[in-house]
Design a protein around this ligand. Structure first.
Ligand SMILES: *Cc1c(COP(=O)(O)O)cnc(C)c1O
Length: 483
């Protein structure tokens, strides 16, 4: 038998395109979470070219690839100008918002070596990446409820939560879930008074808010702000894999600079978590930010902001729907009045070619739909509103989704701490989600699954979703490409 020759490059590319056809579209402005589209085709093409040019360059050693250190320093300088950083500030390019946040928490913890049981105080609206950092790095999270009226961090409750173990206080500009900016000045002041660091998570707003001249200050112009994270792979519209972490001064960064000479290989020297680090995303960010420029970003920010306000007022007009908080940036959270449910609306929107992201109920807050507006969505807001009107009407006609009481009863009787593989298989079977070969079969309409998850307490929901991820992430069965 003659072995099959490997496929041609064209055939491999065609196969990649086939795979990609099942994904959400990254461009066109119809995906309102996960992706960011400037609508500038030339900027995108430039980003891709820079990405390819530096894809194999390695940020492991800045002396071997000085171009990468230079591009990093340029981007940190750009961000410093945007975020009112004072003389002496420093920063680093990371792989994403989560890495920036992990490093901010790490630097705070290592910067307070005398604290034996370190904790950080964060509003309940802070991004889950802080809880991940807490778990990874052994920093106890002290979560403070946001003000129920404004959904912003509560400075009085924050002050009460701070104690001798606090190494970091966190605020957002804005929060991902509700799109509101915390009272940064108040919180930073109370942190500074006690000699505690204050991190502003501007991962999603950092490249937008400085270009809109409204709202209270939240940058390094605010005394007491010690570090800020801002993702370039969000509103700088650069390819995925780039975020920035800025520190008010070099001493604050020391905790995440790492050197290791105690092994026989090269002396490891890193400013971030990655060691080998592709130069591609960094070069792409450098190229795209230069090409779009300050005026370009100001225009894009204004466009996305106007679209957000237009969409917010149109959504408010729809029967059954409301905006949970007046948006401070370019994010919206929508909730229903109980005449229908957000999960059905999300399915109806997807059927009409729009992706909106369901967010589960949390504490006293109802489930919501999250919308991140890119500049590229702006021209289609009227079309979006038409689809949303139809989706809400369809959801109202169907009525709020009912969770099967027997199934809900079975789920809530589960103990997340002891849910094992067999138990999870039972859940899948009972929910009608069991697929071939012990796998999982996700339905086209996710509302019944989402409603079920929404009815579960957070710890149980986590255990169930870990089960889902475990089933999804299994080696592809069958022969491989070389067989
Ligand atoms: C996106 C985001 C993060 C996490 O960033 P990733 O790039 O997804 O790791 C953190 N905080 C906020 C406010 C965000 O919007």
């Amino acid at each position: 038998m003659t072995p099959t020759p490997p496929p041609s490059a064209d055939a491999v590319l065609a196969a990649l395109r086939d795979l990609q056809a099942g994904d959400l579209p990254t461009h066109g402005g119809r995906t309102l979470a996960y992706v960011y589209d400037s609508g500038l085709a030339e900027a995108d093409a430039l980003g891709r070219e820079a990405l390819a040019m530096f894809a194999s360059s390695n940020g492991l050693d800045p002396t071997a690839f000085p171009s990468l250190q230079r591009m990093e320093n340029d981007l940190v300088a750009d961000a410093g100008r945007l975020l009112d950083a004072p003389e002496g500030f420093t920063g680093a390019v990371t792989s994403g918002g989560t890495e920036s946040i992990l490093l901010a928490v790490l630097a705070a913890r290592r910067g307070a070596p005398h604290v034996t049981d370190p904790s950080m105080v964060l509003p309940s609206s802070a991004h889950a990446a802080f809880l991940k950092a807490a778990e990874y790095l052994g920093v106890r999270p002290v979560v403070v409820d946001v003000d129920p009226g404004t959904l912003r961090a509560d400075p009085v409750a924050t002050a009460a939560a701070v104690d001798d173990s606090t190494v970091l206080v966190v605020v957002s500009a804005p929060s991902y879930a509700h799109g509101v900016v915390d009272p940064v000045a108040e919180v930073a002041a109370l942190a500074a008074e006690r000699g505690i660091r204050c991190h502003v998570d501007a991962c999603i707003g950092g490249w937008v808010l400085p270009h809109l001249d409204d709202g209270p200050p939240w940058t390094f112009a605010v005394p007491g702000v010690t570090s800020i994270s801002v993702d370039l792979h969000k509103y700088a519209y650069t390819p995925k894999g780039v975020s920035l972490l800025l520190h008010r001064d070099a001493s604050l960064r020391r905790g995440h600079l790492f050197a290791e000479a105690g092994w026989p290989g090269y002396t490891m020297l890193n400013s971030t978590m990655q060691s080998t680090k592709s130069g591609g995303p960094l070069a792409a960010a450098w190229a795209v930010t230069r090409f779009i420029g300050a005026d370009g970003y100001a225009r894009l920010a204004r466009t996305a902001r106007d679209a957000t306000l237009e969409l917010a007022s149109a959504a408010t007009e729809l029967d059954g729907l409301h905006v949970v908080a007046a948006p401070d940036s370019t994010l919206l959270a929508l909730a229903t009045d109980g005449s229908c449910d957000v999960f059905t609306i999300a399915d109806e929107m997807l059927a009409r070619g729009w992706f909106v992201q369901p967010q589960m109920a949390f504490g006293d807050l109802p489930a919501t739909l999250h919308l991140t507006l890119s500049a590229a969505t702006a021209p289609s807001v009227p079309e979006f509103v038409t689809a949303l009107r139809e989706a809400v009407e369809a959801a109202r006609a169907a009525g709020p989704i009912a969770v099967d009481p027997a199934l809900a009863g079975m789920l809530t009787s589960l103990d997340p701490a002891t849910l094992d593989d067999a138990g999870f298989a039972g859940v899948l079977a009972a929910a009608g989600l069991a697929g071939d070969g012990g796998g999982i079969a996700l339905p086209d309409r996710m509302a019944p699954v989402n409603a079920l998850l929404d009815a579960c307490p957070p710890r149980l929901r986590e255990a169930l979703l870990v089960g889902v991820l475990d089933r999804l992430s299994r080696p592809t069965p069958g022969p491989g490409p070389g067989d």
